[in-house]
Structure formats: structure tokens, C-alpha cells
Design a binder for this molecule. Structure first.
Ligand SMILES: NC(=O)c1ccc[n+]([C@@H]2O[C@H](COP(=O)([O-])OP(=O)(O)OC[C@H]3O[C@@H](n4cnc5c(N)ncnc54)[C@H](O)[C@@H]3O)[C@@H](O)[C@H]2O)c1
Length: 320
């Protein structure tokens, strides 16, 4: 990536905050397009990156952000499963129309590589795990459907315009800079910090494929720098199945509170029950491996939250 100009849409969010320093370390020049609705200016070092505050649905803002860009990493999205169930139109507008607008901008600017942030869980719904690139997507939520739609446009832009697209289906990502998220790891850690009970929807047997954000960033960089043919779809996942109850127990242990209370509530419509993915294609084609030890990764995440306890507890959650 040395010397390349890389546009990261949504670069002020959780994954962007972790990815951008990795891109800078690889010698890339980074420009971010973010409307800061779900991300934060202080997630990035604005002395080192060019931050354009704008919306991915605005063709003029997209055109401005694309100038001189070699690679696009399209992270900006409406990422919440639960909010997508409440408001499927708003979700569609950002994830489908927004992605189409970014793809058109990339095509018009002659971008060399386009990386799309997709999802392995929501897109697959209740397809029996482990899922891989040959499994049939069966989204249960509007969020999953909008990401599948984004993938479809990435395919079509490779087929119709020769845009060099790669679609990466992320597992459930955890790690630093996720205080604003609503996923289980963030919510459980916050409960442990406040003393509130850990609330689990369903009986705790639902499972997730938990991937440390540094492993994910390594996979994204490998895909961005690769010569994979377009279009290519790959799962970036840990390949391990962790139950939600098992996750709660691990975090209670790490926090030194094995007796912390857990409350079980009714399951929520739109949420996937079992989910984990086989990432062997990404290993074969990119040399990707989820290398970080799971417990060490969770401990690292807990330590990050603990060190910022006051700020973290003041951060509104607006996303999953
Ligand atoms: N976090 C996960 O576990 C996970 C799993 C699978 C896929 N993904 C995908 O990875 C990507 C990044 O996720 P994240 O966890 O960092 O989310 P995030 O919500 O923390 O970050 C998204 C960023 O996009 C920005 N954004 C949202 N709408 C925008 C718009 N219309 N125009 C410009 N910017 C906009 C937000 O302000 C935010 O900074 C998303 O596409 C998400 O769907 C995430």
C-alpha cells in the first residue's frame, strides 16, 4: 500500500479507527469520508489523514473524496440489525443507495481496487453453519438484506464496468474503539463496569463468530493489496463458534466477577441463532488467519474499556 491513496468511507467508526493506523503504517495516504452520525472525529488522528465530513449518498461529496484515489475501503454503513428492523427504509437508503453512489464514484474516478465491508452473520441468517462462500445467503434482517444488495452491486460493477471489487464478509468484530456499539461484547463489558446485570436475549445458546479487530484489519489489508480477480467474495472470520452465554462467562472471569448476575430475556426477531464461518478460502488466497488467541483478545478489549471507564460509560450506543 506504500504511497497509495486510500479512501476509507466510515473511517471514523469502530473498524475505521483500528484500520486507519494500520494503513498509515503500511505507507498509505488516507482520506476518510464520514458524516459522523455514528463515528467520532477523535477516533482518528486528523493531523495524519484527510477527513472529509460528508455523506456517501451525496455524489458531490463522493466525487471530491475519490480524487486521486487508488483503493477504496467502503466501511460506511447503517450497521444495526435491530434498528434496521424498526426502520428498513433508512437502512436501505444508506447501505444500498449509499453503496451504489460510492461504486459509481469509484468507477468514474478509475479506482484500482474496491473493498466492500459485508457481513458473514446477518447475510447468512439461519443457513446452517459453518457457512462458506458457497452457502446460500438467507438474510433474516433488513440489515442483512441491504448488505447482500451491496454485494450484488459490487458484483455488477465488476461485470458491467470492470471495477476491481472484493467483498469481505466479516465475523462479529470486537476490540478497542467499540464503546459506541451495541454488540454483545460492548454491552456485556458495560454491564460489568456499571454493575447492571448482563442481559441475554434468548437462552444464551445463540452463537457468534468473534473476530478480533486487529485480525480483521490484517485481512482487509491483505485483500486491498492482493491481485485477487474481481469479483471475489471471502469470509474473514475466526471459524470458532462461541455461545452468547459462553462469552458472558468469559467476560465475567476476565473482569474478576464470576458471580455477576445474568438476566435472560425473550429472543429478538431478526437476530441470527447460530453463526460461524469457514475462512479457509481467505487463508488459501490471502494467507489470512485469525491469529489472536480468543481469551487474550477479550482481555485486551476489557483492558481498553477499563482504562477509559468514564468516557466509555458516557458514550451513547447507537449501533450493533
Ligand atoms: N462491527 C462488526 O462486527 C461488523 C460485522 C460485519 C460487518 N461490519 C461492517 O463493517 C463496516 C464498519 O462497521 P463498524 O463496526 O466500524 O461500524 P460503525 O458504525 O462504528 O462505523 C460506521 C461509520 O460510517 C459512518 N457513516 C454511517 N452512515 C454514513 C453515511 N451515510 N455517510 C458517511 N458516513 C456514514 C459513521 O459515522 C461511522 O463512522 C460496516 O459496513 C458494517 O456493516 C461490521
Amino acid at each position: 500500500m506504500n504511497g497509495q491513496r486510500v479512501l476509507v468511507t466510515g473511517g471514523c467508526g469502530f473498524i475505521g479507527a483500528n484500520l486507519v493506523p494500520n494503513l498509515l503504517a503500511a505507507g498509505a495516504r488516507v482520506v476518510i469520508l464520514d458524516n459522523l452520525t455514528r463515528g467520532f472525529r477523535d477516533h482518528v488522528d486528523t493531523a495524519q489523514v484527510e477527513l472529509i465530513e460528508g455523506d456517501i449518498r451525496d455524489p458531490e461529496a463522493v466525487q471530491r473524496a475519490m480524487q486521486g484515489v487508488d483503493t477504496v475501503i467502503h466501511l460506511a454503513a447503517y450497521g444495526s440489525v435491530m434498528e434496521s428492523v424498526t426502520d428498513p427504509n433508512a437502512n436501505f437508503d444508506i447501505n444500498a443507495r449509499g453503496t451504489l453512489t460510492v461504486l459509481e464514484g469509484a468507477r468514474d474516478a478509475g479506482v484500482e481496487r474496491f473493498v466492500f465491508a459485508s457481513t458473514g452473520g446477518a447475510i447468512m441468517g439461519d443457513t446452517p453453519p459453518p457457512v462458506n462462500e458457497n452457502s446460500v445467503p438467507r438474510p433474516l434482517s433488513p440489515y442483512g438484506a441491504s448488505k447482500l444488495c451491496g454485494e450484488a452491486y459490487c458484483h455488477a460493477f465488476a461485470g458491467s464496468y470492470g471495477l476491481n471489487t472484493v467483498m469481505l464478509r466479516f465475523g462479529n468484530v470486537y476490540g478497542p474503539w467499540s464503546a459506541h456499539k451495541k454488540g454483545a461484547v460492548t454491552v456485556f463489558i458495560k454491564a460489568l463496569l456499571t454493575g447492571e446485570p448482563i442481559r441475554i436475549y434468548g437462552d444464551g445458546s445463540a452463537s457468534r463468530d468473534l473476530l478480533h479487530v486487529e485480525d480483521l484489519c490484517d485481512g482487509i489489508l491483505r485483500a486491498a493489496a492482493s491481485d485477487l480477480p474481481a469479483p471475489t467474495t471471502l469470509h474473514l472470520a475466526s471459524g470458532a463458534e462461541t455461545s452468547v452465554a459462553g462469552l458472558a462467562n468469559l467476560l465475567k472471569k476476565i473482569a474478576g466477577r464470576p458471580d455477576h448476575p445474568v438476566e435472560y430475556l425473550d429472543g429478538r426477531a431478526g437476530e441470527v441463532s447460530r453463526n460461524f464461518a469457514d475462512a479457509s478460502a481467505a487463508e488459501r488466497l490471502l494467507g489470512f488467519r485469525a491469529a489472536r488467541d480468543f481469551e487474550a483478545g477479550m482481555r485486551h478489549t476489557w483492558d481498553w474499556f477499563l482504562a477509559r471507564r468514564e468516557t466509555v460509560l458516557a458514550t451513547q450506543t447507537s449501533d450493533s
